[in-house]
Design a protein around this ligand. Structure first.
Ligand code: ISJ
Length: 280
């Protein structure tokens, strides 16, 4: 990562289609800030190491860092039911994966934990999880099932591979009745305490991007088609499933997910999502 002026805000941004409604229109570089696009696992790492100051990260990564970070109100990647881009592709029914090898995309933190939770709740045991680069064909050479997220999952979902396909947003909703929040915009508590105007500026940049994205969804869809093909109707349907507006109600679902992650031994201690900032 290049050297920046000491007070330039370094902000992480998800590089995949799921964040386009927020990120497509964002003003990426200015004298005061610079956006760094990455896969969720990269963003999580950059945030934990202090290589970015704030930004969109996996909700699970936020939970691991919750002592030191808040989540900005009005910004997330969430769904209430099917999400359309987080799939377990499986050679056999999900209930029959006990003792099997299951491949996990190296790009995710939230969805891999969600899969472990769901399989645990279903009573699937002795799974050997392996983390791999997201390539469905390679993953399934040795595994019974493979978890993909984001653009790789979208690609997998339109391919005719004859595999069983489980949408993790839908599985979570069916089992718990809760929404699921996959990504939040994390900002250090230290920043909101010592320099709240900086945290407000980050929130304003993202919220302005989102306002423009939702006001001109046809341009967002055009950008998605340029990247990945498919029809306008495909993207309208996909973006219709996503919610980008973290609020108290979505926080209930996020907290249910954090509770489950703790119960399943994936988080070291119980965590509550801390919302910060006004959405205006
Ligand atoms: C909806 C999605 O959610 C993403 C899933 C993430 C994860 O599993 O860690 C992180 C960020 C989200 O943007 C997606 O991948 O399409």
């Amino acid at each position: 990562m290049s050297k920046l002026l000491a007070d330039t805000l370094r902000i992480g941004q998800i590089k995949f289609t799921n964040a386009l409604p927020i990120c497509h229109f964002i003003d990426r570089n200015s004298a005061t800030h610079r956006f760094f696009p990455g896969a969720p696992a990269e963003l999580n790492r950059w945030l934990a190491r202090g290589e970015i100051d704030a930004g969109l990260v996996s909700s699970f990564a936020y939970a691991q860092l919750a002592d030191d970070f808040v989540a900005l109100r009005g910004l997330s990647v969430s769904s209430r039911g099917p999400v359309g881009s987080i799939f377990l592709f499986s050679k056999r029914p999900i209930e029959e994966l006990s003792g099997c090898r299951v491949s996990l995309t190296s790009h995710s933190a939230s969805s891999v934990s969600l899969l472990r939770i769901l399989l645990g709740e279903i009573g699937v045991t002795d799974v050997s999880y392996v983390t791999e680069e997201p390539d469905l064909q390679t993953m399934l050479q040795r595994s019974e099932a493979a978890l993909l997220i984001a653009d790789h999952a979208l690609e997998g979902s339109v391919r005719d591979h004859g595999l069983l396909t489980y949408d993790l947003g839908e599985e979570w909703y069916t089992r718990t009745g809760h929404s699921m929040t996959f990504a939040v915009c994390a900002v250090p508590k230290r920043m909101v305490e010592e320099n709240p105007e900086k945290a407000r500026a980050i929130q304003a940049l993202f919220l302005e991007g989102k306002r423009k994205g939702y006001a001109d969804m046809e341009s967002v869809i055009g950008a998605a088609m340029e990247r990945m093909g498919q029809t306008r109707a495909f993207w309208r349907d996909y973006f219709g499933k996503l919610i980008h507006d973290l609020d108290e109600e979505l926080a209930v679902g996020a907290n249910a997910y954090f509770d489950a992650a703790y119960r399943h031994g994936l988080l070291a201690k119980p965590v509550k999502l801390e919302l910060w900032g006004d959405e205006s």
